[in-house]
Structure formats: structure tokens, C-alpha cells
Design a protein around this ligand. Structure first.
Ligand SMILES: [Mg+2]
Ligand SMILES: [Zn+2]
Length: 271
């Protein structure tokens, strides 16, 4: 784990953007202009346990009869096939006539991680400096609802996640995000492929980033972090899988070049 200190960051000559920043952690996240005044910083955010302080795919169980799933459904999960499992959970809720409005009402009660709304609103006020995308293995329905309910959906340039729509007969139908060849990631989503393609597309449009800050917690955030460069920063949530993986990087991945900062909340991003 990289042992970075404030002096290290401050000595690199970056500026803060002049607005009042609520914490050191935010300031760290928001450093910019390290190379060129014309270049923006890209913030890449995971959703579950990063933007929101829980897992949307397990939170939805609150909608099930008696707030639990049948054991055989739980046991049907196979490693690397989470999306297929969630498809079966949604099918079960549809069979039990749990309606869209009920699911939405439950999902928008999910708490945001401490300080996250302040961070997102800060980004929203400084869109000339930051682009911000979400890459998540949740789904479009949950993320749309939750961001719109908090009135922050317009802050994000793009949300990359599994498509989910309600069918006419009231079933939430979930699809995989894309097809990829990465051996490390679940079949439906390799976040590295998404990130690399996004950066390529932006580059073709003439948008280049001076720095990429990746904020996440989970196992599937490790693969994209291996695409970051020396000047970039991976913010890994302490006590979660990604942080542990960065502490002892698995042999089968290419080495991580970026700096690593542990965080517990947006206000506690101390290197
Ligand atoms: Mg996560
Ligand atoms: Zn991957």
C-alpha cells in the first residue's frame, strides 16, 4: 500500500480550485491541473459501497415477502455469475407481484456514503474541471432512481451499468453490460474495458485527462485500477476487498502503477 502524505501531494505543485472544500480528503480527491490547465481530471466512481453505503442488489431483499429470499434461490448463486443470480431474484419478486413503485420506494431509501453528496455536488459546481463517470455492476433502474431522488443525476457524464427495464407484466428484466475477454472479471462486466474504451473515445473527441481518480471498494474495481498510470490515484475503501487486494496484489494481474489512498468516508481519505 503506498504510504503517501499530505506533503507529498502539496509538493507536486497542484492547485485547489479556489472553492471552499469541506475536508482534506476532498481536496486530495480534487487536486487538478497537475499537467495542463486545459486538461480535466476524470473521476471514476463505483456505486455500491462507494456512492451508496450498502449494496443495492442485497438491499432489494427488503422488498421480498418477509424481507427474505427462499433458501434455494440464495443457494443458486454461482461464483462469477452474480448478474444471472440477480435476474432470478427479480423474477422471484415479479412472481410475488412486488411492484415497480414498491421497489423504487425501497431503493431510494438507501443511504449515501458519508460526505458523498457533498462531493458529488462539488463536482457538479466544477464541471469545467472534472468529468465524472460511474462504472457499476448494479443496474440502470436502481442507479437512475437513486441519483434522481437525490437530484444529482446530471452531475455524471456517463453511467456504465447493466441495463434493467420493467416488462409490461411487471418483471424487472436485467441484461449484461457487454461481452469481454478478460479472465479476471464477471462475464457481464469488465470495468477496465469500459474505462479504457471511454478514455479512447474521449481522446478521439480531443478530451484528454491530466489525471484519473478511481474510487471504489470491490473486487471488480481491481482490474480497472491496473489500467491507471503513475500520476493517477486509486481510492480504495478500507475494510473492503479492493483495499486488501491492493495491499497484496494478486500475481495474475499486471502491477498497479497508480498511487493508492485508503478511505472510510469522503471526509476520511487520509493517505
Ligand atoms: Mg462497490
Ligand atoms: Zn477485467
Amino acid at each position: 500500500m503506498g504510504r503517501l502524505c499530505w506533503a507529498h501531494f502539496l509538493n507536486r505543485g497542484f492547485e485547489t480550485c479556489g472553492s471552499t472544500l469541506p475536508s482534506q480528503g476532498l481536496r486530495l480527491l480534487m487536486r487538478y491541473k497537475s499537467y495542463s490547465a486545459a486538461m480535466k481530471t476524470l473521476l471514476v466512481m463505483d456505486f455500491d459501497h462507494t456512492i451508496i453505503d450498502d449494496n443495492s442488489d442485497t438491499w432489494i431483499v427488503k422488498c421480498a415477502p418477509e424481507k427474505k429470499l427462499p433458501q434455494e434461490l440464495i443457494d443458486s448463486y454461482q461464483k462469477g455469475k452474480w448478474n444471472e443470480y440477480m435476474g432470478r431474484v427479480f423474477k422471484y419478486l415479479g412472481d410475488k407481484s412486488v411492484e415497480e413503485g414498491e421497489i423504487k420506494k425501497t431503493m431510494i431509501k438507501m443511504p449515501f456514503t458519508e460526505g458523498m453528496l457533498e462531493l458529488i455536488n462539488f463536482i457538479g459546481k466544477n464541471k469545467d474541471l472534472y468529468d465524472c463517470i460511474i462504472i457499476s455492476d448494479s443496474n440502470t433502474a436502481f442507479i437512475d432512481w437513486i441519483l434522481k431522488a437525490a437530484n444529482v443525476d446530471s452531475v455524471f457524464d456517463k453511467v456504465f451499468t447493466n441495463p434493467a427495464v420493467f416488462s409490461r407484466d411487471g418483471f424487472l428484466i436485467l441484461e449484461g453490460f457487454h461481452v469481454h475477454e478478460c479472465d479476471h472479471c464477471p462475464k457481464n462486466l469488465c470495468k477496465k474495458k469500459v474505462l479504457v474504451e471511454f478514455i479512447d473515445k474521449q481522446s478521439q473527441k480531443g478530451v484528454k485527462y491530466s489525471q484519473i481518480n478511481y474510487i471504489g471498494d470491490g473486487e471488480n474495481d481491481f482490474c480497472p485500477i491496473t489500467s491507471l498510470k503513475k500520476n493517477d490515484v486509486a481510492f480504495a475503501r478500507k475494510g473492503f476487498t479492493l483495499y486488501k487486494m491492493l495491499s497484496e496484489p494478486p500475481q495474475e494481474f499486471v502491477p498497479v502503477e497508480s498511487s493508492v489512498v485508503g478511505w472510510t468516508s469522503v471526509f476520511k481519505m487520509c493517505p
